[in-house]
Design a protein around this ligand. Structure first.
Ligand code: BES
Ligand code: ZN
Ligand code: ZN
Length: 476
């Protein structure tokens, strides 16, 4: 359960305080005695930023702010600090009600501190029957700088991140394609989004051969979800279209994954999860931005009817694709959705996908591999948002030479390039189905973490939900 977040007008007695401060004079509301002031001063002198006062039967948790070199570093340091304090809190106490107090009086800094705390409190405990880790029940916020709208934003964005993490963490037995469809419909209804689901029959009548081919080995039907947020006062006429890879489980198909490479493949719908979470937050925040989200979904399994390497698939836009490897399935379902996106005459399309092992090998879990076509300015702004929310972008080249390896002797293209630059040739494959300004985000590295990384917990990270929301708010 996510803690309840509320704004308070004064310091509460029944909540344990966690205070962000710079000057010790700003702490006078806490009735510090001389020895406590001495203790805090000594800690500051010793360069200790995290300070705990044991005021039996309660505690006073303090964090002494020191400016970092750049704004993004400053904010990230605060998110991480909140996470590390929460860790100490849960080790030392079993407290349920925390009040965050802003004695720094800096809106951006305090927001980041609060965001780090809420995101750190995430746990995936649905399947735990014993030894569940404790979570906070309530987080009260006392800040002169954060207005009610800022608190709503904090609530909606963190809820969106929790949603995308939950979806990624659910195993395929709990989240097969029909269950994902149900959640998409529920979330759309709850937030006021328009939703249309194309089921198998509709996909057949549209001739979406890519989605249908990958689905051939599955017992569950595929779908393409189209979500729309189009407020009357939208600042943009042409929409931003987001496309998310929704492979609820990737076995590799007939080119079956071996060793441990299938272990985490419930995460192969992390793109879909982030895209759903983003448009859900956009609707909850009532942003005046016209946004569409497309989610093609199926699992990639094998049975007697599974698509095979050597097959030639006719895609939605008529292109024929020679299947070299059935494990390169993400690009096959995404290509149909990207070609379908043309009908919206979009200003920009961003796809999000756990697409290639080579993206993961190239930069690990610290960033997102990205490429663009006709979208230089958007990419520049996306990088700025990426630094700001610390879901950073590493741009890769997108030279035309990379297309050559996709040539096929017997079809228009093949679904696999050569041994080199696999993340780029995968991007080039997708770009063939676009004719608009386009950004491709490969999140195979950061989508699913093998260990806790501060406020990003082991498992689904929720990346790039915060990135996309920030980008939409500031640029669309
Ligand atoms: N879903 C995987 C990519 C992936 C790898 C996601 C690691 C998350 C973590 C994708 O469908 C895939 O299997 N890619 C293969 C393609 C190759 C076998 C042609 C890859 O990149 O290894
Ligand atoms: Zn695959
Ligand atoms: Zn995959």
């Amino acid at each position: 359960m996510k803690a309840i977040i509320s704004k308070k007008q004064k310091i509460q007695q029944n909540y344990t305080p966690l205070v962000l401060f710079k000057n010790i004079d700003a702490l006078n509301e806490f009735g510090l005695i001389k020895s406590e002031i001495q203790y805090i001063k000594q800690k500051i002198k010793d360069n200790k930023q995290q300070i705990i006062l044991n005021r039996y039967p309660d505690f006073l948790f303090l964090y002494h702010y020191k400016k970092a070199k750049t704004k993004p570093e400053d904010l990230e340091k605060l998110r991480k600090a909140a996470s590390s304090i929460l860790k100490s809190i849960s080790e030392e106490t079993s407290l349920k009600k925390l009040q965050l107090v802003d004695c720094l009086h800096d809106k951006e800094c305090f927001y980041a501190f609060a965001e780090g705390l809420v995101l750190s409190d995430y746990q995936f405990t649905q399947f735990k029957t014993k030894n569940k880790k404790e979570q906070l029940q309530e987080i009260a916020i006392y800040s002169r700088k954060l207005k009610p709208a800022d608190i709503s934003k904090l609530k909606d964005i963190t809820e969106a991140v929790y949603l995308s993490r939950d979806l990624v963490n659910l195993p395929v037995s709990a989240l097969p394609t029909p269950a994902l469809e149900k959640i998409i419909i529920e979330k759309a209804k709850e937030s006021g989004l328009k939703v249309e689901i194309f089921g198998k029959k509709k996909l057949e009548s549209l001739k979406m051969g890519g989605i249908l081919a990958v689905n051939q080995g599955s017992i569950d039907p595929p779908f393409l979800a189209c979500l729309e947020w189009k407020p009357k006062n939208a600042t943009n006429k042409k929409p931003l279209v987001l496309v998310g890879k929704g492979i609820v489980y990737d076995t590799g198909g007939l080119n079956i994954k071996t060793g441990s490479s299938m272990e985490d493949m419930k995460c192969d719908m992390a793109g879909a999860a982030a895209v759903l979470a983003t448009i859900y937050a956009v609707a909850k925040l009532q942003l005046n931005k016209y946004v569409i989200a497309l989610i093609p979904a199926t699992d990639n399994r094998l049975n007697g009817n599974a698509y095979a390497s050597g097959d030639i698939v006719k895609m939605f836009d008529g292109t024929t694709v020679e299947i070299i490897n059935t494990d390169a399935e993400g690009r096959i379902i995404l290509a149909d959705a990207l070609a379908y996106a043309k009908k919206y005459d979009p200003a920009l399309v961003i796809d999000v996908a756990t697409l290639t092992g080579s993206a993961q090998r190239a930069i690990g879990s610290h960033g997102i591999v990205a490429m663009e076509e006709k979208a230089k300015t958007a990419m520049k702004n996306l990088k700025i948002s990426g630094d700001y929310v610390y879901e950073r972008i590493a741009e890769f080249p997108f030279w035309s030479e990379y297309e050559e390896s996709l040539k096929s002797d017997i079809a228009d293209i093949k679904n696999l390039g050569g041994n080199e630059a696999g993340m780029i040739t995968a991007g080039k494959f997708l770009a063939k189905f676009t004719d608009y300004p386009y950004i491709h985000l490969d999140i195979a590295g950061p989508a699913f973490l093998s260990k806790n990384d501060s406020y990003r917990k082991k498992g689904g990270s929720g990346i790039p939900t915060r990135l996309l929301i920030d980008f939409i708010e500031k640029n669309i």
